[in-house]
Design a protein around this ligand. Structure first.
Ligand code: UD1
Ligand code: MG
Length: 455
């Protein structure tokens, strides 16, 4: 018996990013605005890379910032410049050289429609594999104004897409709309696109005409459907926030699925790359910036802000903790209220429970950092390391002036300013010795009451 060999279909995804984004009223290019810690175009490219497709990004002239960002995200991406804005089909044809290579599937995606999932792209490609020449993703928006309408016959065949300004009253009453995501059979894509004309009100080359052209060529077109949330486009700041809200709901659902407890999930802000283990508990009002991993059983208490941080198994963070990039908390570490950690490894079981700044440091296992302890890591030019061994005890309100080494089991008296290394098991004082002047307060009050100057 022979086992069936899976033949991978090659796929080119043309990502249209040549928009101006003027309605964002922002100096930042629209597709570089961020939801869930990632730019809009990064979300689209993420979906593209998860299906192993080749991205071809179409930009308008002068979009160097977009090109630079995409190169960093997807080193294999190709770029094409659409010199004049003459419609969506014209934009796709900017990538003609890529289309001419003849991949099995061609998918067109908009860079400002970030919530598209790999699963949906796979559904469209499935329709091509099933023999369709064109597959279009439709949806039924609450308000169809402005969208192209999908014209489907009684047998379910997609006949055409009509842009709203070209549509008859009857066509406008159709509630199935074009999301913009389209797949074309690779061997026909170029021929289809090159037949599209600009004989319409806007004198633009509409990608949507690919459906009617394919029909005329005897190729079948099909419409698939998804929900509005997946195809929300971003043109304004308000729509950016709406798209983020949809993304947050997805990310929270995935976290729940992975065994995370969230007491008030709608108050927890997640990033697309946030990694949360089983039995992690997140209290209300926690913000995860990019690059955070939380291992099993850790507790993140309210009002904590984490980015670029690793939280080990069973660790406790917050309330009101700030973990900045490079914060690495090993298992069972406690980082309490108003503690800021940056570029520091806090080893197993160590504690910094109150009001501290720990930057550029290593804190050995089991060590206790007293309230108000500050690592003085910066001299105005360079950052220096504070290295504290295991089971040390740093008294409250100490300033540890780096570079500094504090040995295993050492004690630092509270209120110290420590400027030189402390050997293992030593006690270091770095503060003035207390003096007692018996009865002095009585004399002082008498002097002050008489309006004289204190001695
Ligand atoms: C398009 C569809 C419409 C669909 C809607 C979904 C066409 C003709 N119409 O309309 O059926 O319901 O999207 O949101 O395709 N772009 C370029 N170069 C151009 C023109 C557009 O790169 O010359 C890019 C835009 O930056 C944008 C995307 O293509 O990312 C869509 O263009 P847009 O002008 O928003 O098309 P709509 O009129 O919204
Ligand atoms: Mg649009």
């Amino acid at each position: 018996m022979t086992t069936g060999k899976v033949i991978e279909r090659t796929c080119l995804v043309v990502v249209l990013a040549a928009g101006e984004g003027t309605r964002m009223r922002s100096s930042r290019p629209k597709v570089l605005h961020v939801i869930g810690g990632r730019s809009l175009i990064a979300h689209v490219l993420g979906a593209v890379s998860s299906i192993d497709a080749q991205p071809a990004v179409v930009v308008s002239p002068g979009q160097e910032a977009v090109v630079k960002a995409v190169k960093a995200l997807a080193p294999g991406a190709e770029f094409y410049v659409q010199c004049e804005r003459r419609g969506t089909a014209h934009a796709v044809l900017a990538a003609k050289a890529a289309l001419a290579r003849g991949t099995a599937d061609v998918v067109v995606a908009f860079a400002d429609t970030p919530l598209i999932t790999p699963r949906t792209i796979a559904r469209l490609r499935g329709a091509l594999a099933g023999g369709a020449g064109v597959a279009v993703l439709g949806f039924r928006p609450a308000d169809p104004t402005g969208y192209g309408r999908l014209i489907v016959d009684a047998g379910g065949r997609l006949l055409a897409i009509r842009e709203e300004n070209e549509a008859s009253a009857a066509e406008r009453a159709i509630d199935l709309c074009n999301s913009g995501l389209m797949a074309l059979a690779g061997n026909a894509a170029l021929a289809i696109l090159e037949q599209i004309r600009d004989d319409n009100a806007k004198r633009e080359f509409y990608l949507t005409d690919a459906v009617a052209v394919a029909g005329a060529m005897g190729l079948a077109a099909v419409a698939l459907e998804t929900d509005e949330d997946e195809v929300r486009g971003v043109n304004t700041q308000a729509q950016l926030a709406e798209a983020d809200a949809v993304l947050q709901r997805r990310l929270r659902a995935a976290a729940h699925e992975a065994g995370v407890t969230m007491v008030a999930p709608e108050t927890v802000y997640l990033c697309s790359d946030t990694k949360l283990g089983r039995d992690v508990t997140i209290e209300p009002y926690v913000v995860f910036g990019p690059g955070v991993t939380v291992e099993d059983g850790a507790l993140i208490r309210s009002f904590s802000h984490l980015e670029g941080a690793h939280v080990g198994r069973g660790a406790r963070v917050g309330p009101f903790a700030r973990l900045r990039p490079g914060a690495n908390l090993e298992a069972d570490v406690h980082v309490g209220n108003f503690v800021e950690v940056k570029e520091a490894r806090i080893e197993a079981g160590a504690k910094a429970n109150h009001l501290s700044y720990i930057g550029n440091a290593r804190i050995g296992p089991g060590t206790n950092i007293g309230a108000g302890t500050i690592t003085c890591n910066y001299d105005g030019f360079r950052k220096h390391l504070t290295d504290i061994g295991k089971d040390a005890f740093i008294g409250s309100n100490s300033a540890l002036v780096a570079p500094l080494k504090i040995g295993d089991g050492a004690y630092v008296a509270c209120g110290s300013v420590i400027t030189s290394d402390v050997p293992a098991d030593a006690l270091a004082f770095g503060r003035a010795r207390q003096a007692i002047k018996e009865g002095f307060a009585i004399r002082l009050r008498a002097v002050l009451r008489a309006g004289r100057k204190a001695p």
